[in-house]
Write a protein that binds this ligand. Structure first.
Ligand SMILES: [Zn+2]
Length: 241
């Protein structure tokens, strides 16, 4: 069983596997409720997964969001999840996605080769958020970058919500997304997805250093049929970091 001690990351599959089009098998998304937060995607790269407060949400390519129930057979083909016990909680003027990332890096400057898990919640004024939701493979084995070219984009103004994110050290590119990777969910749970752009006034940030990861590689399916590579440029283009 994967660990679910506080501030450890459980990860299923690799970003480099998604880039190679491996999205045919996964773990039951409903099993992730043991974690407090996380992000990922589903089999066939259809939709975005956001886990918040032990509930798994699926953003569909039409922009709608629904909670994955205990009996649903939705499978996560990539996920990073954790049970966050914040080392620090602070309120800050965020600005945009880059400045949020810089604030986190500054807060944890002594831990530059560690992972950071965080969540940032709206306080005060609404946020402007641009998200993407990937629309699914057109054929088995289609790579994430090709699927990403047909992603659906949504922009929301003055929305109240929360961000779930992980910061990964640069040398982990391909295992996860080097730098920031964040998903958004509105407070009413009607909107959400992978964050491309952000304009935030003030936010409450809860964050912790993560020094322990548990990674499950996909068993069965096409995982062992592909050549895994670290395609830095495509990952940056596709994951917006
Ligand atoms: Zn994402």
């Amino acid at each position: 069983m994967p660990p679910n001690r506080s501030n450890e990351i459980y990860q299923y599959s690799l970003i480099s596997a998604l880039m190679a089009g491996v999205a045919d098998v996964g773990i039951p998304a409903s099993d992730l409720v043991q974690y407090s937060q996380g992000l990922g995607t589903f089999t066939t790269l259809e939709g975005e997964l956001t886990l918040l407060d032990g509930k798994v949400y699926r953003s569909q390519p039409d922009g709608s969001v629904h909670e994955v129930g205990h009996d649903d057979d939705d499978k996560a083909t990539f996920v990073m999840a954790t049970k966050l016990a914040p080392d620090t909680i602070f309120r800050t003027k965020v600005g945009n996605k880059d400045t949020l990332q810089q604030k986190l890096e500054k807060t944890f400057a002594e831990y530059k080769n560690m992972f950071i898990a965080y969540r940032a919640r709206n306080v005060g004024k609404g946020w402007k958020v641009k998200i993407r939701i990937i629309g699914g493979q057109q054929y088995s084995g289609q790579s994430l970058s090709e699927v990403g070219d047909a992603q659906k984009l949504f922009e929301y103004d003055d929305v109240q919500g929360e961000i779930v994110g992980f910061t990964s050290p640069s040398n982990w590119q391909g295992v996860s997304v080097a730098g920031e990777h964040m998903h958004f969910l509105s407070n009413d749970r009607k909107y959400g997805g992978h964050v491309l752009e952000l304009e935030v006034d003030e936010a409450e940030v809860q964050a912790a250093v993560v020094s322990s990861l548990y990674i499950d590689l996909p068993k069965g399916g096409v995982f062992n049929n592909v050549d895994l590579m670290v395609d830095d440029e495509s990952i940056r283009k596709c994951e917006g970091s």
